[in-house]
Design a protein around this ligand. Structure first.
Ligand code: PGA
Length: 280
């Protein structure tokens, strides 16, 4: 009797462990790959039209373009006209539904002009617009409620990196941005501030290590669902280093600034991640 129960205990244990591992693998396989353009404060109407004419894109990876606010609607029309499978995202959103907030854009305005995504908490907004984790959390909640997928940016400064605070900074930003959020409908972007626009991209090994750390924190927060969250790398990603990032198990795409401004370099990055998908 005793032997039988030990045997069934071990059988159950093995089944549970294998089941959980298979479950995690399944979620990992389900993870979407994204190549996302952040144009920041660049481009005019004519350049936007030209970009969407030239860009190839494809169905293997999810391509999203985030133009400045005043170019969102024309971009939406160009995407429809060219029938390319490209998603549209804002670069920022306000936390309120509407009202006396001069110069701001609400989530329903983003939806109205065809957005399905919105970058939230980019380090340039943290730096120049004084956005903190609490404000970012309000914006993330607003986006999720409205069915817009937030692309939540986190990352440490050079000073924080040099004083070995990276993990602490990232976990504070993560807990802050995701406070009281049960949904797993979000994308994360790890963007070390020292790598943004500097040409000093993080090595793929360092990025992988940091992404794995971010996923471990996410697991503490949302359990097994953490395996299904796409974590993108951002910071001087380009057509030359994209292949190294795409080979890493915890890097599920890139958020691209400078190299997304030209259709040819952005296309080259999309191609790298497409090949990565096909090899899986
Ligand atoms: P970068 O910008 O690719 O020009 O470094 C990335 C970002 O800020 O999202």
């Amino acid at each position: 009797m005793m032997e039988q129960s030990i045997e069934s205990y071990i059988k159950n244990l093995v089944r549970d462990v294998i089941g959980q591992t298979l479950g995690e693998l399944q979620l990992q396989n389900d993870r979407q790959t994204y190549v996302i353009a952040n144009w920041k404060m660049n481009k005019n109407l004519a350049e936007t039209a030209e970009f969407f004419q030239k860009i190839k894109s494809n169905n293997e990876v999810s391509v999203v373009v985030c133009p400045p606010t005043q170019l969102l609607y024309p971009a939406h029309l160009f995407i429809n006209q060219t029938k390319k499978p490209i998603g549209l995202g804002g670069q920022n959103v306000h936390w309120a539904d509407k009202g006396a907030y001069t110069g701001e854009t609400s989530i329903s305005m983003l939806k109205d002009v065809g957005c399905d995504y919105c970058i939230i908490g980019h380090s340039e907004r943290r730096q120049y617009a004084g956005e903190d984790d609490q404000l970012i959390n309000q914006k993330v909640k607003k986006a999720i409620q409205a069915g817009i997928t937030p692309i939540i940016c986190i990352g440490e400064t050079l000073e924080e990196k040099n004083s070995m605070q990276t993990e602490q900074v990232l976990s504070t930003q993560l807990f802050g941005a995701l406070k009281e959020i049960a949904s797993s409908n979000f994308i994360l972007a790890y963007e070390p501030v020292w790598a943004i626009g500097t040409g000093q991209s993080a090595t793929a090994e360092l990025a992988q290590q940091t992404h794995a750390y971010i996923r471990s924190i996410l697991t503490k927060m949302i359990g097994q669902k953490a395996e299904s969250i796409s974590i993108l790398y951002g910071g001087s990603a380009n057509e030359s280093n994209a292949a190294e990032y795409s080979a890493m198990p915890d890097i599920d795409g890139v958020l691209v600034g400078g190299a997304s401004l030209h259709a040819h370099s952005f296309d080259a990055i999309i191609n790298v991640f497409t090949k990565g998908e096909q090899n899986q």
